[in-house]
Design a protein around this ligand. Structure first.
Ligand code: ZN
Length: 214
């Protein structure tokens, strides 16, 4: 456990996806008492993380797509059987361009209608390989989305789009910003938690790792 002393108003505990615990508390604050009071919550979180780790193990030869693991089979043309979760995959580069194309199609369509709901404009849409973020937006209204978004369930892709478009109204992650997000995605807190888990799942998936490099 890492303890960070900082002049914060309220102490808090952060649990990283790898299970590392960080406590941020004001100087002189009784950290061990605080941790004791939060023990049940910490245990619950750690249990979730180890459950996720177990879930991710032995999935290295499977491909994470739309929130499900697909068994891969070699073949000459790309084919997806989403009932039995089997994917016929040619070359990795081909899979990469297919994913990029699919994502571009879906994201372009969704950005168009969600931008009307949020009532904002945008300029260009980029689909990129990004190591650390799902998406980002520039001051000029350009939107960049990570190809790894194809690993996510569709609803989380929608959350990401709503998040980025809401930044056109409010740059920072202020209370006002989250209010805007909430209007369009009431369950955004759960989505943020799930995205953290998916980051870990993508980072641990051998095929996604190769795809991000190829
Ligand atoms: Zn943001």
């Amino acid at each position: 456990m890492e303890i960070i002393r900082r002049r914060v108003k309220y102490p808090r505990i952060e649990i990283k996806p790898e299970g590392k615990i960080k406590v941020i508390a004001p100087p002189g604050y009784d950290v061990s008492g605080f941790v004791k009071r939060k023990q049940a919550w910490i245990d619950k979180k750690l249990k979730e993380i180890s459950g996720l780790k177990r879930q991710v193990e032995n999935k290295d030869d499977k491909f994470l797509l739309n929130g499900s693991y697909y068994e891969l089979k070699a073949g000459s043309a790309l084919e997806i059987d989403s009932i039995r979760n089997i994917m016929v995959m040619p070359e990795l580069t081909e899979l990469h361009s297919w994913i990029k194309e699919k994502l571009r199609e879906e994201v372009s369509y969704k950005v168009k209608y969600i931008s009307r709901l949020v009532d904002v404009n945008y300029s260009k849409i980029y689909i990129k390989r990004q190591k650390t973020r799902w998406a980002s937006c520039s001051g000029k209204g350009n939107l960049s989305f990570n190809v790894a978004m194809m690993a996510l369930p569709e609803t989380l892709r929608e959350y990401i789009i709503i998040h980025e478009l809401s930044h056109q109204l409010e740059r920072n992650h202020s209370k006002k910003f989250w209010k805007i997000v909430e209007q369009h995605y009431p369950n955004y807190k759960k989505a943020r938690e799930e995205l953290k888990q998916y980051s870990l799942m993508v980072a641990k998936n051998g095929i996604w790792n190769k795809l991000m490099e190829c």
